[in-house]
Design a protein around this ligand. Structure first.
Ligand code: MSP
Length: 654
């Protein structure tokens, strides 16, 4: 790894996920936060920073005890099993965590007891009676204002129960003015800003003291208080300390604690935004750097829950669509801080459009042409070709931009920016027409430039997308003929990263197209003939008009301007091409019987006219979501309709 910065100016990051409860198997929400932190830490590693990534499991408390009882096992056996399932899931999803902490580990319990004792000794923990509305699932008390209009827990939509207990209390209220001040003077502490405001408004009124113990007679599954063994530590007090115990128990607190950033979803803002900072203050431990809060994944626009039966299992998706494609989708389709809705069809469309078409197609066509024209070997740059310099500048601008966007948690934009550059590379191919250059011996140098430009674009894209899709990007670099060493950000800042004359290794498509129709399963029309969707026009002689229609009938046909963003041969039919067409904001896959008439490469970037509301049909296993219009000339050659003046994709054709 080339890192020319000195050890002192090397950035440091200690990033954490929540530690997940072990009373459920991992679902897409748990996977999202964990993949997000994996991606964030991989970007920082790419930049050469010193990174520590912690995840783990939250294993104490009433709920876990109940889940173990229900499973007919001891809590220890039960937590061992589910914690194992979490670890296995993260391994399967390619998560490169550095440490996994379980709250039942001795190293954690020891630190929890030390922190408790310290806070108790200084008089910030007192004994008292408390009564209030308690959600057993959240394991916390709620004030009436925090409940829903119907008086239910906002997370679980169940009625809280009234509880009163003699407990130990942490004097949280005492630290409220301090916390308010910290948030006011440190606007970035909790981000995005909406969640900071949420916490600030919680702090406008007294927050009360926090009950931090449970009677051991009722909840034996917990850490006994060091000064009173009849009580165990409240699960949140125990759990939050994991972030510190994980590094303190390994002697890493000096190195990493000053750089700690927590990543959570909006459900646990209060414990992290109010309990945790006040606990740290009381314990004399410096505050975290940032609390980064993301939104919720909804499922088909509804909250995900066991009772609705709509829990999305990440491993199944990774299995079905490929792990890296799944990771890409999660990062690309959620804006940090906002909710996003998961639709499986949306995942398929995203993967087909961006990965199978844009990125996969650039790799395929580049290596295809390289094989055909240059024996698969990396050519030198030749004389300048229009657009090549602009494309190089565009790629070389990306690394700094991506690093900045990742620092601002704009993962979706970082990924989208890189994919836009990939699309520009496809456009460059169509505009520079390497297939025409190949026919002209005088243009050999320019053909070299075009091919080499595409190869460098692919190499740079593979570096910038490596944190999101580490396995596939390594495969891409393998196909480019590169050695298997891990890339660095500097690799994306040069335009001469491939060795001239080295052999590429064209392989299977990186991202095979996913059959969207199979998912919808509604329309299962197998094409009787490959050219079924061709617009067949007869010679202008024997023109027999079809039955008359009125203007409304014509208007029912939605004709639109489209731009071909990718195109490849149909894998199962030698007369069909599979086009990816941008129609307004939509991306359509259109199968068309024009393969005998057009090279896939020459269509990318072209304007076409699309029938946009045609019922989708499956043509040799690929769903065609529309039709491109063409006319047949006297020699039987098809000619695609285009416009003689520019109109943006999506414009209506009337
Ligand atoms: N054990 C506590 C956290 C203690 S941290 C000191 C807990 N566990 S949990 O298993 O319920 O995990 C909550 C976290 O899971 C969320 O903050 C988020 O990271 C993730 N998600 C759970 N459901 C989610 C969605 N539907 N969408 C996105 N992330 C979600 O709370």
């Amino acid at each position: 790894m080339s890192d020319d910065r000195s050890a002192t100016d090397r950035g440091v990051l200690y990033a954490t996920t929540p530690i997940f409860y072990v009373n459920a198997e991992p679902h897409i929400g748990h996977a999202y936060t964990t993949i997000l932190v994996d991606v964030a830490t991989r970007y920082r590693r790419l930049a050469g920073d010193d990174v520590y990534f912690l995840t783990g499991t939250d294993e104490h408390g009433e709920n876990i005890q109940k889940a173990a009882d229900a499973a007919g096992t001891s809590p220890q056996e039960y937590t061992d099993r589910v914690a194992g399932a979490f670890r296995a899931a993260w391994d399967r999803l390619g998560i490169g965590y550095d440490a996994f902490i379980r709250t039942t580990e001795e190293r954690h319990k020891k630190v929890v007891r030390e922190v408790l004792q310290r806070v108790y000794d200084q008089g910030d923990i007192v004994y008292g009676e408390y009564g209030g509305l308690y959600c057993v699932r959240c394991e916390r008390y709620y004030t009436e204002k925090e409940l829903t209009e119907d008086g239910l827990c906002p997370q679980h939509e169940i009625a809280p129960e009234y509880r009163s207990e003699a407990n130990y209390f942490f004097r949280m209220e005492k630290y409220r003015p301090w916390l308010r001040e910290r948030l006011e003077t440190n606007p970035d502490l909790i981000r995005p800003a909406g969640y900071r405001s949420e916490v600030l408004s919680m702090l406008k009124e007294p927050i009360g003291d926090l009950s931090i113990s449970r009677p051991r007679s009722r909840v034996p599954w917990g850490i006994p208080l060091p000064w009173d063994e009849d009580h165990v530590t409240y699960v949140w007090f125990d759990a939050l300390i994991n972030y510190y115990s994980a590094v303190a128990s390994e002697g890493l607190e000096d190195r990493y604690w000053p750089h700690v950033e927590h990543f959570i979803a909006k459900d646990i803002v209060k414990p992290h935004g109010v309990f945790w900072p006040t606990m740290l203050k009381a314990a004399g431990i410096p505050l975290f750097q940032h609390l980064n809060v993301h939104g919720y994944w909804l499922v088909e626009d509804r909250k995900m829950s066991k009772s609705l039966g709509n829990v999305v299992r990440p491993l199944e998706l990774a299995e079905r669509y490929g792990n890296d494609a799944f990771r890409y989708f999660l990062l690309r389709d959620m804006t940090f801080g906002l909710d996003a809705s998961f639709h499986e069809v949306g995942l398929v469309d995203r993967v087909n459009a961006d990965l199978a078409n844009d990125l996969g197609n650039l790799l395929n066509r580049t290596l295809g042409m390289l094989g055909k024209y240059r024996d698969g070997r990396v050519p030198p740059f030749g004389p300048d070709v229009a657009g090549a310099g602009a494309l190089r500048d565009r790629f070389l601008d990306l690394p700094d931009r991506v690093v900045e966007q990742v620092a601002r948690l704009q993962f979706d934009r970082a990924v989208a920016g890189t994919m836009d550059a990939v699309r520009a590379a496809n456009k460059f191919v169509s505009e520079s027409e390497p297939w025409s250059l190949a026919k002209d011996p005088e243009a050999a140098g320019r053909l070299d430039t075009v091919l080499r430009t595409c190869l460098e674009a692919l190499r740079c894209a593979s570096v910038l997308l490596d944190p999101v899709m580490p396995a596939k990007m390594a495969e891409l670099r393998h196909q480019l003929g590169m050695p298997g060493t891990a890339p660095t950000l500097d690799d994306a800042k040069r335009w001469d990263g491939l060795a001239e004359g080295s052999a590429t290794r064209k392989g299977d498509p990186l991202f095979p197209r996913i059959d969207r129709a199979a998912l919808e399963a509604a329309i299962e029309v197998e094409a009787p003939a490959e050219s079924e969707d061709e617009a067949g026009g007869a010679a202008p002689v024997a023109f027999e008009p079809k039955p008359e229609i009125d203007i409304e009938t014509f208007a029912a046909c939605d004709l639109r301007v489209g731009t071909v963003t990718a195109c490849e041969a149909h894998p199962k039919a030698d007369r069909l091409l599979v086009l990816t067409v941008q129609v307004g904001t939509e991306t359509r896959t259109i199968v068309s019987g024009i393969r005998a008439h057009y090279d896939p490469e020459e269509l990318v970037g072209r304007t076409v006219v699309v029938v946009a509301n045609l019922k989708p049909v499956k043509l040799r296993g690929i769903e065609s979501q529309g039709m491109v219009l063409s006319a047949e000339g006297p020699d039987g050659r098809l000619s695609l309709l285009s416009l003689d003046r520019a109109a943006p994709p999506g414009s209506e054709v009337r």
